[in-house]
Design a protein around this ligand. Structure first.
Ligand code: ADP
Ligand code: MG
Length: 678
């Protein structure tokens, strides 16, 4: 038996059966070993017949009085028997398993595990698994692994195969460094896998899960720390701090910086003074004032006569940034250094921009991500600012180095709060600064849960807001009608523009529209040519519409709390207080979760809560691309996370060479491509 062997080398697996496994993505023996149980049923306690209680039970019995018949319902075969031990007897029933009739000898003792339940006014054990007591039990009288099953492959079969694989599992080489295993008192990989598939006790199963979960987190953490090390071995341009310029700029602002902003700027200045590349993420709720922080970082680069590139996820956002930045730079006389480079520029305009960038006349370049791919000659690039969620992975970094000839400092800005455990696991290479405070002049957004019966009343309020000159967002969880009761953006748009809001100007925005149409709609909304924008969550990312004061979300149950919080951040950005309404579906099960939004206006708290309630997928949704493939580890298990992250630091601190750990090295290299690419 070898790891790469096909399943047909196993007893009881013919090629047809092997095909069925292939449908589950299981081609080789190694794949099968990597097919983890979904959960466990504990049948380990063997009881006496007289002590039976409803639910999963195991018995040690003789099986007699076997009879078979067909039920009146067409085709259903019923086998019945009596199971007895010294304390008493109980009826057992199997449906559609006629082979059972010939499976038992009256003088032998069997283990039997099944569900003891009431059927047709009688208690019996339904569809039990049975095994001779003399054998090693695989499907009875123990903790049973329950696998994700398909129509033709059930857990009983998989368990039997695992037993056959046992000698192969014993040969699985250790993947964690020995000193980590020792220090953390972990069991070996082969032991852990064996126990995961064939647990012999609760505590050993826990030990197996701890070992495997530890390794998952350790690997991610180590991959990101190694990325950090490699990044720090690069050289960036060190940027001097000019106190005069900082003071002049701050004095020119129409507001006072928050302490959070000051601290973030200070950290960035320290980072940039060093020739070690900065890789810092500034996280802050929508409206926490990240743009000013970024511009203050850029100031010092401009002063040093080097270049800054700011990249935004959409052209509209890039244009809005350029406008904002122009106004911020003007009072300190640096506005002429600004250049906008976006796809829709005329070719002649682009040529001019290229020229100015090349000769460093333009040193603050604002554009979309295409910026670093385009044929832009930007040799003096000292700082890259990435707005809203997009971060740099290994590939983009290589591209940047190739373009600039060195590694620039990188400053990322994000409104998506990263819970601490996730930051430690996945983003260990980043230095993270949180903008905890909001500008003090922010008006609160009141948050209200609305029932479908109250919608008419809500629309009256909406109309008043529009009459007062405000604008309104309506957010739906789907583009087209998907399920019954789930409102889609197209449907709501059509209903409202023909119905209650036929006298208002409505726009529709969703991901399936062409890019230029999307941009046009968004632009129309920004420039107040629309009163109501009906949209999917595409509006989530970045655009500022200070005049929008009201947002309605249909079926908020479908969203994570952090995501709802971000949507909420789109309103109440101007001089008007915001109103955020969530129209819940009729079912009330998730109301409790949504109430958290009424209580809290802190994105970090909400993200932590999301993680607890729904796991990382809720926070990162689709954009995370399943990067966080944690099959065993639970991100809410703080102790596990901190032990595994400490282990990764230990590996780095002891200056261990990855080359000495070939299995680990391979895993880490795969993960490095994942951890920093979004
Ligand atoms: P975000 O963090 O969402 O990118 P912005 O940088 O767009 O937020 O800032 C939102 C608004 O708040 C802008 O109009 C900006 O000028 C303003 N702002 C930023 N910092 C402060 C502050 N300290 N006090 C008052 N207003 C501020
Ligand atoms: Mg922003």
């Amino acid at each position: 038996m070898k790891f790469q062997d096909r399943l047909t080398v196993l007893n009881g697996i013919a090629s047809l059966q092997a095909k069925r496994f292939e449908e589950l993505g299981i081609y080789s023996l190694a794949d099968l070993i990597n097919y983890y149980p979904r959960r466990y049923d504990d049948y380990s306690e063997v009881s006496l017949v007289k002590d039976l209680k409803p639910g999963p039970v195991s018995l040690k019995v003789k099986i007699t009085n076997l009879t078979g018949r067909y039920a009146k319902t067409r085709g259903l075969h019923i086998s019945e028997a009596i199971a007895s031990d010294a304390s008493g007897s109980v009826k057992i029933v199997w449906f559609n398993q006629p082979f059972r009739l010939k499976s038992f000898k009256s003088n032998k003792t069997y283990y039997l595990s099944g569900s003891y339940e009431l059927k047709n006014n009688h208690f019996s054990i339904i569809n039990p698994a049975t095994e001779l007591v003399s054998d090693l039990p695989v499907n009875t009288a123990r903790i049973l692994a329950i696998y994700p099953e398909s129509k033709n492959i059930d857990s009983r079969l998989i368990r039997k195969l695992m037993l056959q694989l046992s000698p192969l599992i014993d040969q699985i080489p250790e993947s964690l460094p020995g000193f980590i295993i020792k220090d953390q008192k972990l069991i070996s990989l082969s032991q852990a896998l064996k126990l995961l598939h064939m647990p012999d006790s609760r505590s050993n199963l826990e030990a197996a899960k701890r070992r495997l979960g530890f390794e998952e987190v350790f690997n991610f953490a180590l991959a990101s720390l190694i990325s950090k090390q490699i990044n720090q071995a690069e050289k960036s341009i060190s940027i001097k701090f000019s106190e005069d310029l900082a003071k002049a700029f701050i004095a020119s602002l129409p507001f006072k910086l928050t302490d959070s902003q000051r601290l973030a700027v200070w950290r960035i200045y320290l980072d940039m003074q060093s020739p070690t590349p900065m890789n810092r993420l500034v996280e802050g709720d929508v409206g926490s004032g990240k743009t000013v922080v970024a511009v203050m970082a850029a100031l010092m680069v401009l002063k040093a006569n080097k270049q800054v590139a700011l990249m935004a996820p959409t052209e509209l956002l890039a244009r809005q940034h350029a406008e904002t930045i122009y106004n911020l730079l003007k009072p300190v006389g640096l506005e002429s250094k600004l250049s906008l480079l976006v796809g829709s520029l005329k070719s002649s305009q682009k040529q001019i921009a290229y020229k100015f960038i090349k000769n460093n006349q333009a040193s603050f370049i604002v554009g979309t991500h295409a910026l670093i791919q385009e044929k832009v000659d930007i040799k003096n690039l000292a700082l890259v600012i990435v707005d809203e969620q997009h971060r740099f992975g290994v590939k983009q970094r290589t591209a940047l180095i190739a373009k600039a000839g060195h590694m620039p400092h990188v400053l990322s800005l994000s409104a998506t709060p990263i819970p601490r455990s996730l930051a430690l696991t996945l983003y260990g290479e980043l230095d993270i600064t949180r903008l905890k405070q909001k500008p003090s002049n922010r008006l609160p957004v009141d948050t209200t849960i609305i029932y479908p019966s109250q919608v008419a009343e809500l629309y009256t309020h909406v109309d008043q807001e529009i009459k007062a000159g405000r604008q309104v967002f309506i957010v739906c969880p789907a583009i087209h009608e998907a399920e019954h009761g789930l409102k889609s953006a197209t449907q709501v748009y059509e209903e409202l523009s023909r119905g209650v809001f036929r006298h208002r100007r409505l726009g529709l925005l969703h991901g399936q529209l062409k890019t230029d149409i999307k941009q046009q709609v968004m632009k129309d909304f920004v420039y107040k040519k629309l009163d109501i924008l009906v949209a999917t969550t595409v509006i989530e990312v970045g655009v500022d519409v200070p005049n929008a004061s009201l947002m309605i979300v249909f079926s908020p149950e479908r969203f994570g709390l952090a995501q709802l919080h971000q949507l909420r951040g789109r309103i109440g950005r101007g001089d008007y207080s915001g109103h955020f309404y969530m129209i819940v579906e009729s079912d009330k099960s998730s109301l409790k979760r949504l109430r958290a939004l009424e209580r809290s206006s802190d994105g970090f708290d909400l993200a932590e809560l999301d993680l607890k309630l729904r796991g990382p997928g809720a926070i990162y949704g689709t954009y995370q691309h399943g990067a966080l493939d944690l099959r065993i580890a639970n991100l809410n298990d703080r102790q596990l996370i901190s032990e595994a992250v400490n282990g990764a630091h230990m590996f780095i601190d002891q200056k261990e060479a990855l080359d000495n750990y070939p299995v680990l090295k391979q895993k880490i290299n795969q993960l490095r491509a994942v951890t920093n690419l979004n």
